[in-house]
Design a protein around this ligand. Structure first.
Ligand SMILES: [Zn+2]
Ligand SMILES: [Zn+2]
Length: 230
């Protein structure tokens, strides 16, 4: 598995672009999230053509804001086959389609919607309400061979994610987790909350301004991992 981030910032850390990544695994190029800076970043990095599958953690604009641009580009400019959008629940698919319908009229013309369970290798953790009250969010677990990648999405309460991991078979695991350095930021995971979970996994923080990281933060930030940046 190979992951390349297109940005690692939080919603307002526009200098670091919206958090999103292209994951190369099981023969597909999966775009994880498509916030408002992602389409331009894909173009700039010459990666638009590669993206053939898409999955979203939730529908905040910094995670889905340029999805219509991407779908229109693939259809009109690239004339590429429709990308596949995985969805974890019917309700989430309906929310996403509602959002797309205003801009695309018939989203089915631009993307193929496929239930996540139809694709092997992606586990889903329902994190409803654990980032923002009443908001549907998901974390995902990607598995290929002897390797496991975990992508938290926006998640202020990481317990649910690590509970699940602790019940899974042991495997080399990289956890990409949203992180905040401000205890007042209750929509994201304060870095000290992640400290109990560092054992046995490679943890990387994202969705932050990396310059705000305090000296006592032991968690590596994706932003500083050159091999993880697109
Ligand atoms: Zn966000
Ligand atoms: Zn969010």
């Amino acid at each position: 598995m190979d992951i390349k981030f297109l940005g690692t910032g939080g919603a307002f850390d526009t200098d670091y672009l919206n958090s999103a990544a292209v994951l190369n695994f099981r023969g597909i190029h999966l775009l994880i999230d498509c916030g408002f800076t992602v389409f331009p970043a894909l173009v700039q990095k010459n990666l638009v053509q590669k993206v053939d599958h898409i999955i979203l953690t939730h529908l905040h604009n910094d995670h889905c804001g340029s999805l219509p641009n991407l779908l229109l580009y693939k259809s009109i400019i690239e004339k590429a086959p429709k990308p596949i959008i995985f969805y974890a629940s019917e309700q989430f698919k309906q929310q996403l389609c509602l959002l797309l319908e205003i801009q695309l009229k018939e989203p089915d013309k631009y993307a193929e919607f496929v239930p996540l369970e139809n694709f092997e290798g992606i586990g889903c953790i329902d994190t409803y309400g654990k980032h923002s009250e009443g908001l549907q969010t998901y974390a995902y677990i990607f598995e290929e061979d002897e390797e496991r990648f975990v992508y938290s999405g926006d998640l202020a309460k990481p317990e649910v994610l690590f509970d699940r991991l602790q019940r899974m078979t042991q495997k080399r695991t990289s956890v990409f987790h949203d992180i905040t350095f401000s205890p007042e930021n209750t929509g994201h995971t304060y870095y000290k909350k992640l400290l109990p979970y560092l054992n046995g996994v490679d943890m990387y923080g994202y969705h932050c301004d990396p310059t705000k990281s305090p000296l006592d933060n032991p968690i590596r930030l994706v932003f500083f991992q050159q091999d993880m940046m697109a």
